[in-house]
Design a protein around this ligand. Structure first.
Ligand code: FES
Length: 195
């Protein structure tokens, strides 16, 4: 998954506040860095970007990049290069639930357009937009690697598969009502076993 989400800005912005690691993340960082030879601690840049994004409401600000560069004693541009290459790092603020709809051929043939329409209707946002209540951001992406269970979407770190309009609406409703969602197949399939 390389390149940022089509349509979302690929430009990093300031949050306006210095980014400081939480106590828990400082502990995790120690462990992560210890996996690498001391002269290669820059290799920890991807897990640190992941931690920073989690701590920073799901996006990487310029301040996050500065703190990561400082922690790993590496130039800011090197951290920026990595963060801008992978679509899993968000270069601007996104809603609490980042919905990525797969639009590649296998999912498209199984009706991903209807899933996109349902999501846009239920979240009241268009593709590449964030809802007014900041609960959702909706983007379209290329293959997420669960083609045999399409159509599918990813919401933050979880996959929702074998979707139709009804199950998609239910997932969105549950999020709005702060209710848990079942991840994976919405039709009871185990993994990608024969339907
Ligand atoms: S085509 Fe949708 S997950 Fe691969």
């Amino acid at each position: 998954m390389s390149g940022n989400h089509p349509g979302l800005s690929n430009t990093f912005i300031h949050s306006g506040e210095k980014f400081e690691w939480s106590k828990e993340n400082l502990q995790s960082i120690k462990k992560i860095i210890s996996r690498y030879p001391s002269e290669r601690k820059q290799s920890a840049v991807m897990p640190l970007l992941y931690l920073a994004q989690e701590q920073n409401d799901n996006w990487i600000s310029i301040e996050c990049i500065e703190t990561i560069a400082e922690t790993l004693s590496m130039p800011k541009i090197r951290v920026t290069e990595v963060a801008s290459f992978y679509s899993m790092y968000n270069t601007q603020p996104v809603g609490k639930n980042l919905i990525q709809v797969c639009r590649t051929s296998p999912c498209w043939l199984r009706g991903s357009n209807k899933i996109t329409d349902t999501i846009c209707k239920e979240t009241k946002c268009q593709i590449n937009e964030t809802s007014e209540d900041n609960l959702f951001t909706v983007v379209e992406v290329e293959c997420l690697g669960a083609c045999s269970n399409g159509p599918m979407i990813q919401i933050n770190n979880d996959f929702y598969e074998d979707l139709d309009e009804t199950s998609t609406k239910q997932i969105i409703d549950n999020i709005k009502n702060d209710l848990p969602n079942k991840v994976g197949s919405q039709k009871g399939r185990r993994s990608s076993e024969n339907a």
